[in-house]
Design a protein around this ligand. Sequence first.
Ligand code: GDP
Length: 205
Amino acid sequence: MMHKLLLKNAQFVTSAPDTAHLSQYNLAEFAFLGRSNVGKSSLINLVANQKKLAHTSRTPGRTRLLNYFKATLQNETDVDIGIVDLPGFGYAKMSHTEKAKLTEMLSEYINLRPAICGIFHLVDIRRDPEPDDVALSQQLRALERGYSLVVTKSDKVVKSKRKITLSKIAQAYGLESHQVILTSVSEKFGQDAIWEQMWTLASPK
Ligand code: GDP
């Protein structure tokens, strides 16, 4: 029998001020992170197939909490997973103190969260790879927890140029094109590649 992979039943669980507050949640966990305004909330909503699960914000950089959701990956068996929406970084108007706090929060989460099964690192298709994103990518891959670079807003590049843009981004990050997931919320694609990566990492072996 053929099974179609789907993510269903996504629901908000809690907002936590730090990693310690998530200690009671032990599902196989997937984190989404990226610069503020990269399209993270929109992509989480697409992945979860819900319009308002993660709140897209008109004032970037406002969410400084770890938002925890749970959902079920449906395939030949059902697997419950946790999804963590990490605060966007790189917001220009953030004060020095706020930036330091955020950096600490992210690094604490990445290093102290045993449940992490996979990390989706989002980058905007229109932006040249920034040194801090490249450094972050290397740091995340070194954890060996399952890493994917996710290119957002692909619809902003004409179809004929997407492949070359993708390979340039991959190259800048030292990845092969197949390690990079192309997404667009406007054109509604890429969510199934994310589900597949989640399934690969979280399904019973
Ligand atoms: P976040 O700050 O990373 O959570 O980003 P948001 O999800 O709030 O998105 C930031 C802005 O980018 C919003 O104006 C979204 O409508 C827009 N956006 C997000 N994803 C896409 C996409 O795939 N294509 C296009 N064209 N715009 C997008």
